[in-house]
Every structure is written in C-alpha cells, then in structure tokens.
Design a binder for this molecule. Structure first.
Ligand code: SAH
Length: 226
C-alpha cells in the first residue's frame, strides 16, 4: 500500500472508531473529516500519530485538538453548507479546513504570528479559497465580517467574550470551551430574547490569551507573546 492509501485508510478508521462510534452523526462533518489530510497539519515527525485518538503538539505550547473534539465541536455548530463562520484560534489550521469543507466562508484569527503564517500558507497550498486568516486577539471577534451563523473558539476563556455574542446572528451558535482548571464545552445560542447556554462535556484546552487572560480573576495577568 502506498503512503497516500495508508493515510486515507487511517483517516477512515479515525472517523469510524473515534468519531462516529462516539455519536457524531452529521454526515457533512464525517465526510469532511474523511477528506482533510490531518497529517499535513503536523510536523513530519508526527505524521505517524496524526490519526491517533489524542491532541498533538504544534509548537509555541499549543496543540491541535483530538479528532473527536474537532468533530463534536463542528457538529455542534450545526452548519448547513453556506454559513459564515468565525474561528478564534487557527492553530495548525486543521479545524479551519474542516469548517471550510462545510461552510460557505470561514474567517479565522490566530494570536501567535508564526502559527498564523504557517496555517495561512498550508491552507493556501491545500487550495482553500473560502478562508480568510488574520493575526490578532480573537477576544473581540472580527467585526468587519459579522454577523456570523456560527463562532467556534478553540482556546478557553473563563467567561463568554461579549463581542462574540454581539457578532452572532439571531439563531446563531457559539461553541467554546470555558473555565479555568475545570473546563466544559458550551453551546451558546443567540435568540430574540437573549442567550441560552448548554453544557456538553468536560474538556481540556489551552487558555485563551490576550484580553481574555488580562480579565481573568484567578491568575497573574501578564501574557506576553513569547
Ligand atoms: N483549532 C486549532 C487548535 C489550536 S489550539 C487546530 O486545529 O490546530 C488553540 C489556538 O488558539 C492556539 O494556536 C493559540 O495560539 C490560539 N489562541 C489563544 N488565544 C487566542 C486569542 N486570544 N485569539 C486568537 N487565537 C488565540
């Protein structure tokens, strides 16, 4: 079996065993995850573990999320195929690519300039033309392109960033991990009357940096870019 066939087989096994088996049903999500070459979002020495049931390091103390968490969070956005989506925390760009397979257009913001540049280049090489990348603090969203049908945050604040709710459409969904030592995945829905909050499962994400960190009550707030 050549390398490409092996990667395709690993990808299908990943979706069958880790994602579908745990209850993700949305075919748009499952098909996107069968298609996007996750290993290409990692350094070459991690290609052999790219489809394992765990997060992997991407440098700068950050990680690419476990495949199941990517699948679950994408399903929770309830994308229909033509949505406008904002992602906070581009990281490797893997989640971005999954979103771009399903949504109409994806806007993504990354705090660490080196990661942002690498992801931008990688997504361009893979041929995505419906992704717009920006370097900066996603705490305040990306007002220029709002409102969004869905917003996904892939690092954890300890409170809901108000700007993200403001930039959601009525009927839109914000999917984010939230908490400090103990975090949970939340789905926030924006309705005519305000917001509703649903807790999904306990999770572990890196903290949301920048303004979100400065506003945290529990820790020392200096958050310099390394
Ligand atoms: N979705 C990513 C996961 C990356 S981990 C992937 O599939 O690879 C979370 C990312 O959020 C990190 O790259 C981190 O640098 C970034 N991040 C942290 N705080 C941020 C902020 N305030 N604004 C934008 N990105 C942030």
């Amino acid at each position: 079996m050549n390398e490409d066939d092996l990667d395709i087989r690993r990808r299908h096994e990943m979706v069958d065993n880790q994602i579908e088996r745990r209850g993700v049903k949305d075919l748009l999500v499952l098909n996107a995850m069968r298609k996007v070459p996750r290993h290409l979002f990692l350094s070459e020495k991690l290609h052999s573990v790219a489809y394992a049931d765990e997060p992997q390091p991407i440098g700068y103390d950050q990680t690419i999320s476990q495949p199941y968490i990517v699948g679950l969070m994408t399903e929770l956005l309830e994308l229909k195929g033509h949505d406008r989506v904002l992602e906070v925390g581009t990281g490797s760009g893997y989640q971005t690519a999954i979103l771009a397979e399903i949504a109409g257009v994806v806007f993504t913001i990354e705090y660490v300039p080196q990661l942002a540049e690498k992801a931008r280049q990688r997504l361009r090489e893979l041929g995505y033309i419906n992704i717009w990348c920006k370097t900066g603090d996603g705490y305040s969203g990306w007002l220029e392109h709002a409102p969004y049908d869905g917003i996904i945050v892939t690092a954890a604040p300890d409170h809901i960033p108000p700007a993200l709710v403001e930039q959601l459409k009525i009927g839109g969904r914000l999917v984010l991990p939230m908490g400090t030592i103990e975090q949970e995945l939340f789905v926030i829905r924006k309705t005519e009357k305000g917001i509703t909050e649903e807790r999904v499962i306990p999770v572990r994400f890196v903290p949301l940096r920048g303004e979100a960190t400065r506003l945290r009550k529990d820790i020392d707030t200096s958050d310099d870019l390394r």
